[in-house]
Design a protein around this ligand. Structure first.
Ligand code: GTP
Length: 326
């Protein structure tokens, strides 16, 4: 089964460039991925997508038809596309034997994917069919600012706990700034606090408190440093994707199966209870003699049974006579 990687990140962090890079990298290894574009507003796609939302939904037409601004139209286009997403997964399933990776590019405005119906549908549909992970892409250059770093971490934590899928933190643009310092901030609070102390503000106090809370969250993350521009770090990224796949199979899949089983049991119990209620209603109605609906239904059923056995005669007496004849 191929691994699915959902590429998510703040605007301009380099998602589309990374998609292009991994696509080229895997083509050079003769293992081309299956590539999906979910950004309806992208004008130039620098890679060939196997599935492109723009072929199905015209976001400018959505803007006009629903009288929306650009972001509202992107959100609506993504939601409209999500209603057909089972068809996309069917396409992937048909190609599953030939491919090792499925990469999914998401809209530039992060919340359009992460906090909308489309994000939930896409991630859940994929996660119930294939090992799925999130590549949370960060702009390493912008994240040099500790508060921008913290804001990225808060986005990542909310996505991790919302989707509950394995996540790789991908520090992009390491051709400009190396990511090691920021990776260290995740393990050594004193270093992070020292940088915050250089410019004390209310916001830096908040970042300091948050960094202590996020300790537990950092333990669930894998880190990879890459440059979508030069191609550096691709091997490391694919190692982390492989580890995420193992985590999915070891932890997520059993949880998913348990959830499915729980839903099946709940549905069976609900059905049995509904049937029991129906039976009790029928009994109450039949025994009460009040001429309620239950009684009428039961009486009608009795007559029908007799009629079947009697070869067409109606009523109790006719039925009994027929029985004697037989
Ligand atoms: N130096 C450098 N620049 C990069 C790298 N990756 C992306 N960029 C540049 O960053 C800018 C944004 O890249 P995109 O790939 O469009 O980013 P995106 O996240 O897809 O953008 P939206 O979907 O519009 O939010 C472009 O100018 C890229 O050339 C990188 O690894 N190194």
């Amino acid at each position: 089964m191929p691994s699915v990687c959902l590429v998510i990140g703040m605007a301009g962090c380099g998602k589309t460039s990374l998609m292009q890079r991994v696509n080229a990298y895997l083509h050079s290894r003769e293992a081309p991925p299956y590539v999906i574009n979910l950004d309806p507003a992208v004008t130039n796609l620098p890679y060939d997508a196997n599935v492109d939302i723009r072929d199905t939904v015209n976001y400018k037409a959505v803007m006009k038809e629903y009288n929306l601004g650009p972001n509202g139209a992107i959100l609506t286009a993504a939601n409209l596309f999500a209603t057909r997403f089972d068809q996309v997964v069917n396409l992937c399933e048909r190609r599953a034997k030939e491919i090792d990776h499925i990469f999914v590019d998401t809209p530039g405005q992060i919340e359009i994917f992460t906090w909308s119906a489309s994000g939930a549908i896409v991630s859940e549909t994929f996660a119930s069919a294939f090992p799925t992970c999130i590549l949370y892409v960060m702009d390493t250059v912008r994240s040099q600012d500790p508060q921008c770093f913290m804001s990225n971490m808060l986005q990542a934590v909310s996505i991790l706990y919302k989707f509950r899928l394995p996540m790789v933190l991908v520090f992009n643009k390491i051709d400009v700034v190396r990511h090691e310092t920021q990776a260290e901030w995740m393990t050594d609070f004193e270093k992070f606090h020292a940088v915050l102390d250089e410019n004390p503000t209310f916001a830096s106090d908040l970042s300091r408190s948050m960094s202590l809370v996020l300790d537990e969250f950092y333990k669930h993350l894998r880190v990879a440093g890459v440059s979508a521009m030069t191609g550096e770090g691709m091997e490391g990224l694919f190692e982390q994707i492989e580890r995420s796949r193992k985590e999915y199979l070891a932890e997520y899949l059993p949880e998913l199966n348990a959830k499915k089983e729980e839903n099946r049991v709940r549905e069976e119990t609900r059905r049995a209870e509904a049937l029991e209620k129906l039976r009790r209603d029928a009994e109450d109605g039949g025994g009460g003699g009040g001429g309620g609906r239950g009684e009428t239904v039961v009486m009608d059923m009795k007559r029908d049974v007799k009629r079947e056995g009697s070869g067409g005669e109606e009523g109790e007496e006719g039925g009994e006579e027929d029985d004697e004849d037989a």
